[in-house]
Design a binder for this molecule. Structure first.
Ligand SMILES: [Zn+2]
Ligand SMILES: [Zn+2]
Ligand SMILES: [Zn+2]
Ligand SMILES: [Zn+2]
Ligand SMILES: [Zn+2]
Ligand SMILES: [Zn+2]
Ligand SMILES: [Zn+2]
Ligand SMILES: [Zn+2]
Length: 399
């Protein structure tokens, strides 16, 4: 035995780590193998698999797979070694995005691309790597980038949560989800409050309603206004009837009108009542000024009054006239005592006076004219006087 051989014979077995990444096992480099290895002039021990990996390796066969790029008909080989590596990391399937050699070369020529963030309003970009671009391409560099967020948006996205927002429909207590994505878009446009939306139930129900023309609430108007599906839905939820409304034309007029203050119609009353814009539109058909109405005070006061029948002021007349609540109110407003009743003639007397004509009678004695007034005629009608036959002078002479 030479000196060198005796040195080698002292070499001990070494336990070296398995070359398969992630494998915790070792393989044994025996002293004898070490001698052989050194004799071949190596400085470093060989990279080998552990027995278990090697057993697997032996079971594998090289697999030929199609290139991952759409439209490319080339193939690549998933080697036994690569399969063993994959198995060491727990993978049994070939990588999906593996390219053929030709495509890998092309990929190196296609550059990465900065793509705008998919969040509307965000100025950020994300990097579309060359390899991914090539995979997406059936040609070369012409594919549209997929919608993706920039890193900043994605970080925020992960910190956000979908929020339940109350349905915009009045009376509905449901919510709709303001998604993280929507929140990001709102934030990018400078909003931090959710938009007005309806819940899914309301959206479905809304679709069952159709817009309907409704008559203008102003009497005499033949125009219509549009009853929206939303208004119908809200009324259905509230269980109420549709409130009447005016047509657009009337609404326009209404916005230009102003409430007016009008004097109370009771003579002597200094109060006013309010002729509202709406009432003006209603009254407009008459083409007159404001209607004659009572102020609120008079409206209340008149309720406490009732008509009073008063005797005709003409002597001998047995008729009465009606002292109406309104007349009573007017004399109160003029400051008269409630117990002081005015003196008036009845309707019959009034009619008699309107229908009568002043006449000329002839004096039976001297033949001169006697003035025969309506009033004189009324007194005779009521049996108070007799119809005159002599003139004043002759009557005096007679005495
Ligand atoms: Zn191993
Ligand atoms: Zn290829
Ligand atoms: Zn972004
Ligand atoms: Zn709702
Ligand atoms: Zn109208
Ligand atoms: Zn009044
Ligand atoms: Zn009378
Ligand atoms: Zn006479």
């Amino acid at each position: 035995m030479t000196l060198k051989a005796s040195l080698f014979s002292n070499l001990k077995d070494k336990h070296l780590p398995c070359r398969i990444a992630g494998c915790p096992n070792t393989w044994t480099f025996t002293g004898e193998e070490q001698i052989g290895w050194m004799r071949e002039g190596h400085d470093h021990p060989p990279a080998r698999m552990c027995p278990s990996c090697f057993a697997k390796f032996n079971q594998f066969e090289d697999i030929t797979l199609p290139c991952a790029k759409e439209g490319c008909e080339n193939t690549w080989v998933w080697t036994r070694a690569a399969q063993t590596h994959a198995a060491g990391r727990g993978r049994t399937q070939p990588p999906k995005d593996h390219l053929c050699d030709t495509c890998r070369k092309t990929a190196r020529q296609i550059e990465s691309l900065d793509v705008p963030c998919r969040i509307k309003g965000c100025q950020g970009t994300w990097v579309w790597h060359a390899q991914d671009r090539l995979l997406a391409d059936s040609g070369a560099g012409t594919a549209e980038p997929p919608p993706r967020m920039c890193d900043a948006c994605y970080t925020r996205f992960q910190s956000l949560q979908d929020k339940p927002i109350p349905c915009r429909v009045k009376g509905c207590h449901n919510t709709w989800p303001w998604t993280r994505h929507m929140q990001l878009e709102a934030a990018a446009r400078g909003f931090d409050t959710p938009p007005k939306r309806m819940c899914a139930t309301c959206a479905t129900r809304l679709a069952t309603f159709t817009e309907q023309p409704m008559p203008c609430r102003i009497s005499g108007c033949e125009n219509s206004w549009r009853l929206t599906p939303l208004a119908q839905l809200e009324a259905a939820i509230a269980g109420t009837d549709i409130a009447p409304r005016m047509c657009d034309a009337h609404y326009q007029q209404w916005t230009q009108l102003a409430d007016r203050t009008v004097k109370c119609r009771i003579a002597g009353c200094t109060h006013t009542w309010t002729w509202t814009r709406g009432a003006q539109l209603h009254d407009q058909g008459r083409k007159l000024g404001p209607p004659r109405r009572l102020c609120d005070l008079c409206n209340d006061a008149i309720k406490a009054l009732s008509p009073i029948e008063l005797p005709c002021r003409n002597e001998g007349c047995t008729h009465t006239w009606t002292y109406t609540p309104e007349m009573q109110l007017a004399s109160l407003r003029k400051g008269f005592d409630a117990n002081t009743h005015p003196r008036r003639m009845c309707r019959d007397c009034e009619r008699f006076l309107t229908e009568a004509h002043t006449q000329d009678l002839t004096c039976e004695k001297c033949g001169c004219d006697i003035l025969w007034t309506k009033k004189h005629q009324l007194h005779v009608h009521l049996g108070q006087w007799e119809k005159p036959t002599l003139c004043t002078d002759c009557r005096r002479g007679n005495d």
